[in-house]
Design a protein around this ligand. Structure first.
Ligand code: ADP
Ligand code: MG
Length: 695
């Protein structure tokens, strides 16, 4: 029997390099494969006879292979593989480019399916690069609704389908967790059937039922998690953190700016929460550039002044480094030790020091358990088991939607020292730290209340003064040259530029290809005289940091980047952002990107390059309200106008449901209450682990 926890290495045809690619997608075992869902399907279910085919058809035919051979293309130096496929009604040619190994897979006389697009002219029809599959009992790649998965370089659709098909033998071990009568009431199909059908649906209605069941499960679990969290927090105690007015004033005076009214109010709400013996659970929502870091810093300072430790979690190494360095400035008026801990890095400084110093991980971990470090900034590395605090009293999570519920929970549990006997802090292992989550994702308020109903909310609805709104322009292809001229002028004035490239194709999940191509174009053709930098998801942390440091310090004029890596990055001297193929993004995400250049007093500019001058994108020109734009996105998504790309950056913990499933979000909220009341035993066996987390 196939075990759900069987590591992927043990599956057929998974060698070390394939294994590492799969891990990059977050797939470690059989269970992960089962829960790796397609993002769309090719409908190859329409079987046709060869004499019925017409140019433009997306079709599948079944027939016998004849005259299969490779030949060299006369002009290009590419190998062409050709054959004829015949059924009782006729025959059609098929051509593949650059796939000579097909000769090893297919043989003359084989009975096969070909699926793909029919091209040709009046004289001749042919299949170009069709998907092929030998006729056996049941098909995987042809003659059906064929699943298409988000992939990374080096894995093909055929490979992942093959692996998932193997993994699906394990579905029988996934337990149904919902009670029969409950499923009946909500018209839900069986979980095992749904998990099979999401990959290999029999037909559209089978797929629809499967999607409904899996979205329902996902949202229901989200609500239940929130419910359990609330219950948990209601029953737990925290170390009260007293407001130190004098020192807080010193911190604020040291900021170099006056707090906005919204910052002051949010900070006050946070301080009131923390003063209680009940753990704070507050979400700080604020548009990009609204100054969430300063609010967090005030909370961190007060925790330190009350002799409890704080953890400050950020989703990327770059952001963690940035926070680490800004805290060095902000917390100067206090005498504190602040550390950074990420997968690749550990460092520490005392607020009296000139610069941070290196420290070995082992030493840092020890100092943390001894309570010698007051603030630790870090990435997911902080969540690991071996990381322990002597006396953790506050957890701040930046870009909280990029962390799964499990991860947030694990972080809260860090207040119990792993080895209490070695802790000299005043730590009470029975306390739970206060939690401050921060996000720039403007979740429309109604949704936020349904999703996070049990959370206290602070909103920074006011930007710091003297921020000029970025002048936003849609640029058609004909306006490109002029925009480049403008950029050159700005660079000459000493400003810096972001160029953001969308992920070109789903398979380029980390944006390597997109950003690299843009980088080459900019540095070789358009601005050969300028210093161009490149930032994408596949670079290692050393490279990323070097690029970010070079950009922050002005060595790089123009940074070509993917949308994912730079969330939250703060480079006040950058005053222009240029976004390629903007139609691929949601408005809220474009607005977030534009926030990158709205951080200082310079007039900033956002150029939205697009080929279709859509009314949707025009909204950005004079709307600067992130919430309104997010609501507009919901409408567009509801009507099916947006797909794929624009989801990234939002709600990473959702695999299949999305914010546009508003009805289902409400329905599952009610369902969760019913489950809690009528079937409390289901909560005991609730498996909350299936959250994904890229990065
Ligand atoms: P975000 O909410 O996106 O995390 P940050 O905390 O990074 O925003 O702040 C963005 C920039 O605005 C930083 O350079 C910060 O120093 C500056 N800033 C924050 N608050 C104020 C304020 N009240 N007045 C002026 N500048 C501010
Ligand atoms: Mg931020």
């Amino acid at each position: 029997m196939l075990s759900l926890s069987l590591p992927i290495e043990k599956l057929r045809l998974v060698g070390p390099s394939m294994a590492s690619r799969l891990k990059r997608l977050g797939i470690f075992d059989v269970y992960d494969l089962i829960y790796y869902f397609p993002f769309r399907y090719d409908d190859f279910s329409h079987l046709k006879k060869i004499n019925e085919l017409q140019v433009g058809d997306i079709a599948t035919v079944r027939g016998k292979i004849e005259l299969l051979d490779n030949r060299r293309s006369p002009r290009k130096k590419m190998i062409l593989t050709e054959c004829f496929l015949s059924d009782e009604t006729g025959s059609i040619k098929a051509i593949w480019f650059g796939q000579p190994y097909i000769l090893k897979v297919l043989k003359n006389g084989d009975e096969v399916y070909f699926s793909g697009k029919v091209t040709g002219n009046l004289l001749e029809l042919f299949f170009q690069n069709p998907t092929y599959e030998k006729v056996t009992g049941d098909t995987t790649h042809t003659a059906r609704l064929v699943p298409i998965y988000p992939l990374t370089e080096g894995i093909t659709q055929k490979q992942i389908r093959f692996l998932i098909k193997q993994a699906l033998a394990g579905v029988s071990q996934i337990k149904e967790w919902l009670p029969e009568p409950f499923k009946k009431d909500y018209h839900l199909t069986e979980l095992q059937d749904a998990l099979y059908a999401i990959h290999f649906p029999k037909d559209a209605s089978d797929l629809g039922q499967s999607q409904n069941r899996l979205k329902f499960d996902e949202l229901l679990k989200l609500h239940l998690q929130n419910y359990l969290l609330k219950k948990d927090l209601d029953n737990s105690v925290a170390s009260p953190i007293k407001f130190d007015e004098g020192k807080t004033k010193a911190i604020v005076a040291n900021l170099g700016f006056a707090l906005t009214g919204a910052q002051r109010k949010a900070a006050w709400q946070v301080l009131l929460d923390m003063a209680k013996a009940k753990p704070m659970n507050r979400l700080l929502e604020g548009d990009v550039g609204s100054g969430k870091t300063a609010v967090a810093a005030i909370a961190l300072a007060n925790a330190a002044l009350n002799n409890v430790q704080s953890a400050f979690l950020a989703p990327t190494e770059i952001l963690a480094s940035q926070h680490f360095l800004s805290l060095k400035e902000i917390l100067k008026p206090l005498d504190l030790n602040v550390a950074i801990l990420t997968a690749k890095k550990s460092g520490v400084f005392n607020t009296g020091d000139e610069a941070p110093s290196a420290i070995t991980k082992a030493k840092l971990l020890k100092s943390m358990t001894l309570g010698e470090i007051q603030v630790v900034v870090g990435t997911h590395a902080l969540i690991q088991e071996k990381v322990a605090f002597g006396n953790l009293g506050l957890v701040v999570i930046d870009e909280q939607h990029r962390f799964g519920v499990e991860q947030r929970k694990a972080m809260r549990e860090k207040s119990s020292p792993a080895r209490p006997e070695r802790s000299r802090g005043a730590g009470n292992p029975k306390t739970t730290p206060h939690l401050l989550s921060m996000t720039a994702t403007p979740i429309p308020r109604t949704l936020a209340l349904t999703l996070y109903g049990d959370l206290d909310l602070s909103v920074l609805d006011e930007l710091p003064p003297n921020r000029k709104k970025p002048i936003t322009q849609l640029v058609a292809p004909t306006g490109r040259e002029k925009a480049y001229e403008f950029i050159l002028g700005k660079v000459k004035e000493g400003r810096q530029i972001f160029v953001v490239c969308p992920l070109i194709e789903e398979s380029d999940k980390l944006g390597v290809k997109a950003a690299t191509e843009e980088y080459q174009k900019l540095s070789e053709e358009i601005f050969p005289q300028l210093a161009i930098g490149l930032l994408h998801g596949r670079m290692n942390i050393k490279q990323k940091e070097k690029v970010m440091n070079d950009f922050t310090s002005g060595k790089i004029d123009i940074l070509a980047a993917t949308p994912v890596v730079e969330v939250g990055v703060n480079v006040p001297n950058a005053s222009v952002i240029l976004i390629e193929s903007a139609e691929r993004f949601g408005l809220a995400q474009l607005h977030q990107l534009r926030g990158r250049v709205n951080r200082a007093h310079h007039q900033s500019y956002c150029f939205i390059f697009t080929e279709n001058n859509s009314a949707r994108l025009k909204l950005l020109v004079d709307c600067f309200d992130g919430f309104k734009l997010a609501e507009e996105d919901l409408r567009a998504r509801g009507s099916g106008n947006l797909t794929g790309n624009e989801q990234s950056g939002f709600f990473w913990q959702l695999r299949i449901a999305s914010l546009s499933d508003v009805k289902l979000i409400e329905e599952t909220k009610k369902a969760s209450q019913e489950l809690v009341e009528n079937y409390p035993e289901t909560l005991k066996q609730l498996d909350l682990t299936n959250n994904i987390h890229p990065e």
